[in-house]
Structure formats: C-alpha cells, structure tokens
Design a protein around this ligand. Structure first.
Ligand code: GLN
Length: 494
C-alpha cells in the first residue's frame, strides 16, 4: 500500500481498523522522506522549497504518541495522523513563526492560533511551517524573504502565492494537506497553479486569532488539499465560532462531509462574463469551457450573468489592503516584536529596523497605504474604494438571488516563469483579478483542478453565497467524481 497516496478518509480507516493496516509513524516517516527529498537545496532537479521550518522531531514524537493511544484504544481526534503543512503566518507556540519575513526570523509566539489548536486537538501531525510571501503579500511566492518556492509541475515556474509553500507541498506530496490564508486569492490562486484544491471560507467562518494580520477585514484562513473530500474534512475541523476573534461569526457549521453526496441537479450556476475578459490565456479559456460543459452534464442549469462592478475590484483591493497593511505592519518597530536595529534615538530604531528587515513589497504597501489614508487623499482613494466595495457586495447579492453558485477561471493564466514578473508589481497584481472580488465581498470560494494548458494545471473557481460552503463543496465534489484532474501528479522529470 502506498501510504502517501491515501485520502484523509482512507488514512483514518487504515489507522483505526481493528487489524491496523499501518501505523502513524509509518505514515509520518513516508511523508518525511518525500519532504526531505524536495527540501534539499543540493538536489536542484527536485528542490521545491515549500517549507521554512521542518518539525521532524515533534512530528515523529506526535506520531509515536498517537500510535500508543490507538493501541490502547483511547479516543483520538477526527484527523488522527494527518501529515499537515501549516503556512508560516499562523502562530505556533514556541515554534518560530516568520510570516515569510526577516523581521520575524527568530520570533517564537507565546501562543498558538486557534486554527492550529483545533487541528492539533484533532490529532494531526504538523510536519512544518510552509514558505509564503512576506506577510502574505504576493502572488508568486517570490516575496518570501527566505527563498522562492518552485512549482512542482515545472521547477522553473512560480507556484503562485502567497500560500506558495502550502500549495507546492501538497502538490509535491510532501504533506497530505495544508493550511493557508486568503486575503485576495492566496489559497485559491496557488492551488490553481499547483493543480490542487483550495478553499477560502466565508469571512468570519474561520478564526483569525493568532493569524499574523495582513488586511484584517479580508484575511481568512483556508485549506489546501488533493481532493474536495480531503478539503471538506479539514475545513470541518477549523471552521466555527471563536470568542477570541471579534469578527468570527457564531453560525452553525454544517456537516460538510455528509453534504458532499447530496444531489446537485437542482442547482443554478451563473457564468459571470466579466471574469472571461482580456488577458485570459487561450489554454485556460479552453479548459474552463470544457469544465463548464462537464458541469452542465451533471444536470445543473447554466446561466450567463453580469457583475458590472467587477472592473473596479482590483483597483479597490489595492487601495483597501495597503491601507490596512500599513496599520498592521506598524507594530514591527524594533521595540516589541522580532528583529531590531536599536539606536539611542527612538525614531532611528524604528526607521533602521523597518528599513533593514522589511522587504520591498512590504515597504511598497506601507507607502501606498499611508498615502491613501493621508489627509486630503483619504476621501479620494480610501473612501472611494469603500464605496466600490459596497457596489461589489451589492452586485453579488443581486446575482445570488438568481443563481446558487458562480463559476469562473481561478486565474487568467497558468503558472508563469520564476523571475519573469518580479520587476513589474502591476503585472503581479493583475494575477489576482478573478480572486479579489470574492474577498472584497466576504464570500466563500473554492478552486479545483480542471485541466492543463501547455502542461501546467488550470484551476476552476466556484463562488458561493455567504455561509454556503457546503453547496460549493458539493458541486466541486460532483465535478471531481466525473473527472480525473485531481489525480494527476507532477513527475519531476524535466
Ligand atoms: N496576491 C494578493 C496580494 O498580494 C493576495 C494576497 C493574499 O491573499 N494573502 O495581496
């Protein structure tokens, strides 16, 4: 039995079967072997660079402890033995949490994020902290202050971002699933580029407590997995109210796994024409067209729709998020957290610390953000972007009176070459064009593999009404049952 090919469900069944088919330690060791192969910088033809910190010792210790518990017949958590990657923006108590930044290179949080606590009590095995763009700002993984992650499908290409390591690690088989965060597409876009499944829940569904903030009003924890079913398992564990996060909402979490098999033929699907515009690669258009045809065969009703405010979404996003980023990153001042370039004069400590330890993109967003919030410009930029946000929310609400779900390409392109856009921030910002409207409106969305263009994976995005994750998972699951895309694996032969 190939232990690293099992789904979460099969893993549970095998571990907990009366006659145990394998042990947690065997599973953990099998994954660690793959992980080491792709994290070894000397093996340039297999180096993925998906992890910043590898937690081998604690992972093996946890696996041993779980095996003992299982042998004794003790109760174990709902994700027992699941080898997991955790994006390095989730605080992990006593374990270095960098957020992909040099300013937190040695930072050990005094507490863990709620999401981390939840997966730990579900008995996952955390294999390490995954690489990401600095403070989750980026679409290519190249803004990590450590090293760029490579796309397992073609190592000369980016894996997408900012949850670059989480998506690449799952695609390369270094872990079974991973946690990511999505402020403007950072779970869905790398999932699309790496040929895996990415779920961004409704804003307020997953606790942000202990999640290092980028743009607090949009940030949301999510999951990256090989299949919709695996994603549903993980989401089930991390979703739900948390009193420690004031924006967490006390809405009942449905049985995501139980709902996967419900019929889909009563659903009405909208195809919003604004998401199929200029800049979309022909190969992406073709794969998405075929996916829509496949979905139609499931018996759902397809309808072309329009969301007129979409052309303004990206501009609004790149005003709203830098504004919040500039406030959130103010705490890295060399006095309280992380690295410090201390000087006798307080102001110099601030300036030198930030100058020395923050990367170019972080500085760019701080400057953009303070600019759009400054007196005289606040009304012209920030408030205007807030009005655009209202228009976008309104557009979605109106469309969702007619349809259950929207289907779009996750990204207009496939993964691009490493280094090809680093000097052109605007080109990188454009990669988010199809994902940011979802965050601006606080909606849930999923990206599922739907084909290949020029040998690289293409992602299909399904967007749902607030709190309707179950509906979106259900259609994605039904689509997965009739297609093979999610079973394809990168070969590392190039
Ligand atoms: N790529 C987007 C950005 O750079 C999204 C980031 C995210 O979702 N964390 O802002």
């Amino acid at each position: 039995m190939e232990l690293t090919n099992l789904s979460i469900k099969q893993l549970q069944e095998g571990l907990l079967a009366e006659k145990r088919q394998f042990s947690a330690i065997e599973v953990a060791e099998s994954y660690l072997e793959i992980l080491h192969r792709h994290e070894n910088k000397k093996k340039t033809n297999e180096f993925v660079g998906a992890f910043i910190t590898i937690l081998e010792d604690s992972a093996l210790a946890k696996a041993k402890e779980l095996d003992k518990k299982i042998e004794r017949g003790d109760k174990v958590g709902s994700l027992v033995g699941l080898p997991l990657g955790v994006k390095d923006v989730f605080a992990t108590q006593g374990i270095i949490t960098t957020a992909g930044s040099k300013i937190l290179e040695n930072y050990k949080p005094p507490y863990s994020a709620t999401v981390v606590e939840r997966v730990e009590s579900a008995d996952v095995i955390i294999l390490g902290k995954t690489n990401c763009d600095e403070f989750a700002m980026g679409t290519s993984g190249e803004n990590s202050a450590y090293y760029s992650t490579h796309n397992p499908w073609d190592l000369s290409r980016v894996p997408g971002g900012s949850s670059s390591g989480s998506a690449a690690a799952v695609a390369a088989g270094e872990c079974l699933a991973a946690l990511g965060t999505d402020t403007g597409g950072s779970v869905r876009q790398p999932a699309a580029f790496c040929g895996v499944v990415g779920v961004k829940p409704t804003y307020g569904r997953v606790s942000r407590y202990g999640l290092i903030a980028m743009a607090s009003s949009l940030d949301q924890g999510g999951v990256i997995a090989r299949s919709v079913e695996d994603a549903a398992y993980l989401l089930q564990t991390i979703a739900g109210y948390d009193a420690k996060d004031a924006t967490s909402v006390d809405n009942k979490v449905p049985d995501y796994i139980g709902e996967l098999n419900k019929p889909v033929k009563d659903l009405v699907i909208g195809i919003p024409r604004e998401f199929f515009g200029e800049g979309m690669e022909p190969g992406v258009a073709e794969a998405v067209k075929q996916a829509i045809a496949e979905i139609e065969k499931l018996g759902v009703k397809i309808k072309e729709v329009s969301l007129p405010s979409m052309p303004y979404a990206l501009a609004a996003y790149y005003i709203l998020t830098p504004a919040e980023v500039s406030a959130n990153l103010a705490r890295y001042d060399g006095m309280r957290y992380g690295e410090s370039a201390r000087k006798d004069i307080l102001y110099e400590t601030y300036a030198r610390t930030r100058g020395q330890f923050l990367g170019a993109e972080a500085k760019r967003r701080i400057m953009l953000g303070t600019y759009v919030l400054s007196a005289g410009y606040y009304e012209a930029y920030y408030q205007k972007a807030k009005s655009v946000q209202l228009a976008i929310k309104h557009d979605f609400a109106k469309i969702f009176e007619q349809v259950d779900l929207l289907v779009t390409p996750t990204s207009p392109t496939v993964a691009f070459t490493l280094g090809s856009k680093v000097d052109d921030p605007l080109a990188l910002y454009l990669a988010d064009i199809n994902t940011v409207p979802v965050n601006i409106a606080g909606l849930p969305a999923i990206s599922v593999p739907c084909g290949f263009a020029a040998g690289l994976p293409v992602g299909l995005q399904l967007i749902a009404k607030p709190w309707a994750e179950a509906t979106m998972l259900r259609l994605a699951y039904a689509y997965e049952q009739v297609t093979e895309w999610h079973n394809k694996k990168p070969s590392f032969k190039k």
